[in-house]
Design a protein around this ligand. Structure first.
Ligand code: NAD
Ligand code: UDP
Length: 309
């Protein structure tokens, strides 16, 4: 698995080990951290390698499944590293697909709702081709994932690799980085420090937040399925960013002020997954409410903020 030391990767490693699998994880720590894997390092069957997946992958023997998560994932980080972002989606995806081809292993890539860009249809269904600005500041991420999807389909068509493409919508939970910049860690970190919550734009843009345990379950079901075309994985409960800020205030400190800042270029106005396909093909839908997921997430961030101060 690439991206093993990241937020989603660390949870996926844990679930796979709990299910009795042996896991080899790669990460170059561009945004991930060994801290995310600390509790797994001594577990039998877990192997970790510091490695950049845009370089050829060392020969480690056979794999039954190859899971490609490595990517810059937060707008803050992909704005800062646009070329590395494009490389992890292009060269990185190709390198990981080659392993799957060599060992006739299953392959799963974590694509994104960003493939839909600033969507003109709502909610977003997998058959929608998207509205992406190919030269805007988000394009390094959006186009790297669209390329990754195209390369994945090409390996399936040309080499018969059993591929899977997850289009992940906003997912949150413990082990997101404190400085990640995405809205959930940003608001929770600000709230716990007693700072104003930074609303980009007027806060009327919407997102739909999925708890990481639900996502991981969907990723495993998808990897084991025979579905080759993309499948949306996300929670269809949609809210404005202002509503989400209110949720965080109520959970942490109702007196926190809001601070309005400019909306970044091409920030999607509305985002909600249509998960009919995941329900019918994978028998999957999210089970964890925002209230329950945020409780665990805030508890995690409380510990991290206390450690950092
Ligand atoms: P994350 O930043 O926590 O994890 C990504 C990991 O990939 C990091 O540990 C990073 O160090 C590693 N990485 C990046 N480039 C690498 C390279 N070249 N070689 C090796 N390792 C590399 O982000 P995340 O939220 O855990 O995202 C995991 C995957 O899911 C990503 O592919 C992301 O695009 C996708 N995704 C996530 C979300 C979400 O809301 N969390 C939404 C859509 C898609
Ligand atoms: N956002 C915000 N304040 C922040 C961080 C993000 O208002 O401190 C907004 C951002 O403009 C976007 C939404 O929250 O509309 C989700 O942003 P995030 O970076 O989490 O992910 P995105 O869905 O844009 O990839």
């Amino acid at each position: 698995m690439s991206g093993a030391a990241g937020f989603v990767g660390s949870h996926l490693c844990e679930r796979l080990l709990n299910d009795g699998h042996e896991v080899a994880g790669f990460d170059n720590f561009i945004t991930g951290s060994l801290r995310n894997l600390e509790h797994l390092r001594q577990r039998p069957g877990f192997h970790f390698f510091e490695h950049d997946v845009t370089a050829p992958i060392p020969d480690l023997g056979r794999f039954d499944a190859v899971l490609h998560l490595a990517s810059l994932a937060s707008p803050k980080f992909y704005y800062a590293h646009p070329i590395a972002t494009l490389e992890s989606g292009s060269t990185g995806t190709r390198n990981m697909l080659e392993i799957a081809r060599r060992f006739e292993a299953r392959f799963m890539v974590t694509s994104t709702s960003e493939c839909y860009g600033d969507p003109e249809i709502h909610p977003q269904v997998e058959t929608y081709w998207g509205n992406v600005n190919p030269v805007g500041i988000r394009s390094c991420y959006d186009e790297s994932k669209r390329y990754a999807e195209a390369m994945t389909m090409a390996y399936h068509r040309a080499h018969g690799v059993r591929t899977a493409i997850a289009r992940i919508f906003n997912t949150y939970g413990p082990r997101m980085a404190l400085d990640d910049g995405r809205v959930v860690p940003a608001f929770v970190d600000q709230a716990l420090r007693g700072e104003p919550l930074t609303i980009f734009g007027d806060g009327s843009q919407t997102r739909s937040f999925c708890y990481v345990r639900d996502l991981v379950d969907g990723l495993i079901r998808l990897t084991l399925s025979d579905e080759r075309y993309p499948v949306n994985l996300g929670n269809p409960r949609e809210m404005t960013i202002l509503e989400f800020a209110e949720h965080v205030r109520q959970a942490v400190n109702p007196d926190l002020p809001l601070r309005f800042e400019p909306l970044p270029q091409d920030d999607p106005k509305r985002r909600r997954p249509d998960i009919a396909k995941a329900k019918s093909v994978l028998g999957w839908e999210p089970r964890i409410s925002l209230e329950e997921g945020m409780k665990e997430t805030i508890a995690y961030f409380r510990t991290r903020v206390n450690q950092a101060s």
